[in-house]
Write a protein that binds this ligand. Structure first.
Ligand code: SF4
Length: 284
C-alpha cells in the first residue's frame, strides 16, 4: 500500500524494513533516513513524552550487520535512483536526503556492536555518494557515553563528519526523575556530555513539555541556565542547542497530563539561553 509521508508520519515500518525507515523531517526540511537498532523497543530511560510503542526497559538486541547493510543499500538506491519519492508522494521541495540519523525505538548506544554499526553506515553512505553532502547524526540520551565502546562509535561518527544530539531535558533531580525516569545524576550526564564533545561535534537536544499545566517553571529554567553557564565556563565545546516540544502524542501513561509548550514560550527561553553565548534553534 502506498502511503503519503508527511512531517507527522514517523512509522518505522512504513517501507517494510527492519532497521531503516524514512521520515520527512520537520527539523531538517527533507528526507531523514532513520536507523533503528532498538527493534525490541527497549530503552534504559522512560521519558514521559516517549512515542515508542510498547516501550520496555532494556538494551538493543544483537544486530544483523549484513541485513543492516543490505537494507541501507536497498533504500538509498530507491531514494537516489528509484521512484521512492513518487510512491510516497513526497513534496517536490523535500526530495533531498538531509541526513542519516541513528535514532531508534530506544537508546541506540546500548547496541553491543555500536562502533561496527556506525562504521558500516558511514561506509555504505559514503560509497553511495550520500556522505559528505548529507549529515550523519546520532540521537542519544547520552547516558552511556562513559563506556569505551560508545566513545569509539562516536569517534567513528566524527570521522564521517557526523554530530551527536545529546539529550538534556532538565537540570534538576526532580525534573530528570519526572521527565526521563532516570536515576543518572545531572553531574554524570554533564560528564558524558563533555566526553562526547571531545570525541565529536555535539549539540544538546532539549525537549520541554507542559506537565500537569505547570508550564515551564522558573525553577527549571534557572537550573537549566545555571548548568549551561557552568558548561560554558568549563570550556566544553558545545555546537549548539536544539529546543523543541512534543510534536506527537506520548505513548506513556502520563500522556493525558502532557501538552506541548507554545512556540512563544520556547522562543522566550531560547533568547535567555542565547544571552549565555550559545547558538539555539527552536522547533515544535
Ligand atoms: S531516551 Fe528516547 S527512546 Fe528512551 S525513553 Fe526517552 S524518548 Fe524514549
Amino acid at each position: 500500500m502506498v502511503s503519503k509521508l508527511s512531517t507527522t508520519c514517523h512509522r518505522s515500518d512504513i517501507v517494510g524494513l527492519k532497521y531503516v525507515y524514512p521520515v520527512i523531517s520537520r527539523r531538517m526540511g527533507g528526507l531523514s533516513i532513520g536507523i533503528n537498532f532498538n527493534t525490541n523497543n527497549a530503552c534504559n530511560w522512560r521519558c514521559i513524552y516517549c512515542q515508542v510503542p510498547g516501550l520496555t526497559l532494556g538494551a538493543a538486541p544483537e544486530i544483523d550487520l549484513k541485513l543492516l547493510e543490505d537494507e541501507l543499500r536497498f533504500f538509498l538506491k530507491d531514494a537516489l535512483e528509484g521512484d521512492f519519492y513518487e510512491r510516497f508522494e513526497v513534496d517536490g521541495d523535500k526530495r533531498v536526503i538531509k541526513d542519516i540519523a541513528i535514532a531508534g525505538n530506544g537508546e541506540p548506544t546500548s547496541l553491543k556492536e555500536f562502533p561496527e554499526a556506525v562504521a558500516l553506515i558511514g561506509k555504505v553512505a559514503t560509497e553511495m555518494g550520500v556522505f559528505p553532502q548529507s549529515r550523519y547524526v546520532l540521537i542519544t540520551n547520552g547516558s552511556l557515553v562513559h563506556q569505551a565502546k560508545v566513545q569509539a562509535g562516536i569517534k567513528v561518527l566524527a570521522s564521517y563528519g557526523g554530530e551527536v544530539w545529546f539529550k538534556l531535558d532538565s537540570a534538576t533531580v526532580e525534573g530528570r526523575a519526572l521527565i526521563n525516569n532516570t536515576a543518572q545524576s545531572c553531574k554524570a550526564s554533564v560528564n558524558n556530555l563533555k566526553l562526547s564533545t571531545r570525541c565529536c561535534r555535539t549539540k544538546l537536544q532539549t525537549c520541554l513539555v507542559d506537565y500537569d499545566n505547570q508550564g515551564l517553571s522558573i525553577l527549571e529554567q534557572s537550573a537549566y541556565l545555571d548548568l549551561l553557564a557552568e558548561i560554558k565556563v568549563s570550556g566544553c565545546q558545545l555546537q549548539g542547542i536544539l529546543l523543541y516540544s512534543m510534536a506527537r502524542l506520548s505513548l506513556q501513561p502520563e500522556a493525558s497530563k502532557l501538552k506541548p509548550l507554545s512556540f512563544d514560550v520556547l522562543n522566550a527561553f531560547a533568547s535567555e539561553i542565547r544571552l549565555l553565548g550559545f547558538d539555539v534553534s527552536v522547533s515544535i
